[in-house]
Design a protein around this ligand. Structure first.
Ligand code: ZN
Length: 197
């Protein structure tokens, strides 16, 4: 059964390339070296590097790899810190439709999405049409030869997912924040209720 994770991983990589972020095994270590040696061939670049600038940005909350590993579950670390993607339909938050409360970053507890930002997209991941103002930072992600908009927590830089526009959902923004449920916690109290913007 040792081959199973590889098979599953490959399955998602090929069946779900629209949403899948490149797996991390050959990505250079974070830091200054991340800029070096990325091949210019688009296909290889898609697998071996990330053109997102998020790795080089500085976020208010800084923690080392070991600190994150000690705090997060292996799956949380893979997704939040290594830009992984959870299996579709695997998150309890996918069908979670509370009337109030706030979804916070599973890495740092920063409030990210309010309950009334959430909508049913049917895509298999929790979907939001808007975020708490300033809570989510966008980057261009060119992995897999596609150009997508990656979203990260503005406080700790944790990977959340991607934003897709113009899909025709009947929401006020026509945007879909496709977020890994693993990257979220839920707080039924709403600490940002009074800071409506
Ligand atoms: Zn965070």
């Amino acid at each position: 059964m040792r081959f199973l994770p590889t098979v599953v991983r490959s399955f998602y990589a090929f069946s779900n390339a629209t949403f899948r972020v490149a797996p991390p095994p050959l990505r250079p270590a974070l830091g200054p070296t991340a800029k070096l040696g990325l091949p210019s061939i688009p296909f290889l670049g898609a697998f071996f590097g990330t053109s997102s600038s998020s790795n080089n940005m500085t976020y208010p909350l800084q923690k080392g790899k070991e600190e994150w590993q000690a705090q997060l579950s292996p799956e949380q670390f893979r997704i939040l810190r290594e830009k992984g993607t959870e299996a579709p339909y695997s998150s309890d938050f996918d069908k979670h439709m509370p009337s109030e409360g706030v979804y916070t970053c599973a890495g740092c507890e920063a409030p990210l999405y309010k309950a009334n930002h959430k909508f049913k997209s049917g895509c298999g991941w929790p979907a939001f049409f808007d975020a708490v103002p300033g809570a989510v930072t966008r980057h261009t992600d060119r992995t897999f030869g596609m150009e997508r908009t990656e979203i990260v927590c503005s406080n700790c830089g944790g990977h959340l997912g991607h934003v897709f526009k113009g899909e025709g959902y009947p929401t006020p923004t026509d945007e879909r924040h496709c977020v890994n449920g693993v990257s979220l916690s839920f707080n039924k109290n709403d600490p940002v209720k009074d800071s409506k913007a």
